[in-house]
Design a protein around this ligand. Structure first.
Ligand code: NAD
Length: 307
């Protein structure tokens, strides 16, 4: 068993890795190119990867010993499933290990925008608390009765909805998988209606050919100028150039982005300096509890496959 990019989950930390170590996995090597990856997978049966792109050409060169590719995460858009299937390699992911952490981050973004917390803190840093009337001018409103649009009402989306309902928010969902909600404050609507009515929109669908750039110039134009977009799912769900333009021209009020396209963003990306954009470096999955859960579930996946 080889674990590619294990460093990403902080293999040398104080997390309990005994379940993986019992399976014989102990690694702190960082692969930087396809050639190194191919060297590392020689004679291996199981390849675990943390977000390393395993494209068609690379998988086609995998040795016949490889029987399973295991994504150490929920999103598996980095793996060419067709190429794996053609080689008879099974692929599995780890769904659900970070549901609470990602949902918590999406809610944190909502509450931050409602209270302008980061903006107010920046103002205090700039003027040493001396301009109180200026602080009153930044938006500060209650989230109760506001509309939250959830694109992708799956595992994480539903967890966000649970908290949003506890905060008194109304929820609109868009998901091609039909869902029934007993709570009358949660409504399944069309994407268009969700975009037009929501005060906050949070993305929780996977990145696929059908969802790439689901947020673009045209869909941004349908949003309210007072609305915020939050992306804790995958960067390419949003056309970043269109988003930057929309933020600069007041088409929407703000964006909270845990994921970007590409990652990491280039240093001259205008989002870094924009007052109405808040960025985190893809931390949704990274709570200490989630990472411990990830280790346990990875071991269980491998054991189940071996059995
Ligand atoms: P899930 O499979 O349980 O839910 C995804 C939902 O999206 C499903 O209900 C599906 O029907 C829906 N969907 C599919 N296509 C859609 C479309 N075109 N429009 C609207 N909805 C669509 O997955 P999950 O566990 O909730 O995770 C969601 C995503 O979150 C993952 O794919 C991953 O990319 C991302 N994620 C990010 C982090 C992070 O660190 N920021 C961590 C974990 C997961």
């Amino acid at each position: 068993i080889v674990f590619l990019n294990a460093t990403k989950i902080d293999f040398d930390s104080n997390l309990d890795f005994s379940s993986l170590r019992d399976l014989g996995i102990l690694t702190n090597y960082v692969e930087s190119n396809d050639k190194e990856i191919l060297e590392r997978v020689q004679d291996q049966n199981i390849v675990i990867t943390k977000e390393i792109p395993l494209g068609k050409e690379l998988i086609e060169q995998f040795p016949p010993s490889v029987k399973l590719i295991c994504e150490a995460g929920t999103g598996f858009n980095n793996i060419d499933l067709e190429a794996a299937a053609n080689k008879g390699i099974a692929v599995c992911n780890v769904p659900g290990y970070s549901t609470e952490g990602v949902a918590q981050l999406a809610i944190t973004y909502i509450l931050n925008f409602a209270s302008s917390m980061i903006k107010q803190q920046r103002m205090i840093q700039q003027d040493n608390y001396s301009n109180f009337t200026e602080y009153l001018k930044v938006p500060h409103f209650e989230v109760q009765e506001k509309y939250l649009g959830i694109i992708g009402a799956g595992t994480i989306g539903m967890q966000v909805i649970k908290t949003a309902r506890a905060l008194g928010m109304n929820v609109l969902t868009y998901d091609p998988t039909p869902r029934q909600f007993e709570d009358s404050k949660i409504q399944a609507v069309t994407l268009e209606e969700l975009l037009q009515k929501s005060d906050f929109i949070s993305l929780h669908c996977p990145l696929t050919a059908g969802t790439r750039h689901i947020i673009n110039k045209d869909t941004l134009k349908l949003m309210k100028p007072t609305a915020f977009i939050i992306n804790t799912s995958r960067g390419p769900l949003i056309n970043e150039t269109d988003l930057i333009e929309a933020l600069q021209n007041g088409v929407i009020a703000g964006a909270g982005l845990d994921v970007q396209d590409p990652e990491p963003p280039s240093l001259d990306n205008p989002l870094f300096k924009m007052d109405n954009a808040v960025l985190t470096p893809h931390i949704g999955w990274r709570c200490i509890e989630s990472r411990q859960r990830l280790v346990e579930l990875l071991s269980k996946n491998i054991e189940a496959f071996a059995n």
